[in-house]
Design a protein around this ligand. Structure first.
Ligand code: FMN
Length: 191
């Protein structure tokens, strides 16, 4: 038997990211676990929703640039911290060693194995939340999480997954099967 929970968003676990902005002339970071992949062509866009009460939104509106970094499991404390305190009353600018990519207002976190710089494309108004859609301008990846073919090895990134039901962070499990491949075994079956 299934139970209808009503209109509950059950799309978890989701990837935990740290979004970087520049607000009032200094870098600011917040944890965001509601990130979407908008397309898979070129250019590439991603989106995330943040509460309009947060400090970070001002910086994105002003500079139209931001960063999206993927913290590893060993950054769980820092990730949680930037998701607990606001730049309105806490300076989070010196928490991380930063580096600069192509954009002037997309502060990148050296310790995160994967960091993307984005240019704001559009903002969708959802009342208490705004959805920012950004075009990915550059992606900076630590050499030691790259496979031989130059692609990112998520097992080595060790991303943090977020579960809203239990309000806990999770790690990746094992690989299950090869995508666009394992399903082929069912091809040709009678409907
Ligand atoms: C794991 C995690 C995920 C979060 N995801 C979001 C999110 O997707 N959208 C949002 O508005 N706030 C999210 N938050 C809350 C903000 O990160 C938090 O309120 C932060 O302090 C806002 O910082 P700011 O005011 O400096 O921008 C999340 C917090 C945590 C701990």
């Amino acid at each position: 038997m299934k139970r209808n929970l009503g209109p509950v968003n059950a799309l978890y676990p989701s990837l935990t990211t740290i979004i970087g902005t520049v607000v009032d002339g200094r870098a600011n970071f917040l944890a965001v676990a509601h990130v979407g992949i908008m397309n898979h062509g070129q250019p590439q866009y991603l989106s995330f929703g943040i509460n309009t009460a947060h400090y970070s939104g001002q910086g994105i509106h002003k500079h139209r640039e931001f960063s999206v970094c993927i913290p590893s499991e060993d950054m769980v404390r820092e990730t949680d911290y930037v998701g607990l305190v606001s730049g309105k009353n806490t300076d989070k600018s010196s928490l991380f060693e930063l580096f600069r990519g192509e954009l002037a207002h997309a502060p990148l976190i050296r310790r995160c194995p994967v960091c993307m710089e984005c240019r704001l494309d559009r903002v969708l108004d959802f009342g208490k939340h705004e959805v920012f859609v950004g075009e990915i301008v550059a992606t900076h990846v630590d050499e030691d999480v790259l496979r031989q073919d130059g692609k990112i090895d998520i097992a080595r990134v060790r991303p943090l997954l977020f579960d809203f039901s239990s309000v806990t962070y999770w790690g990746l499990g094992d690989e299950v099967a090869e995508c666009w491949s394992v399903g082929k075994t069912l091809k040709g079956r009678p409907a």
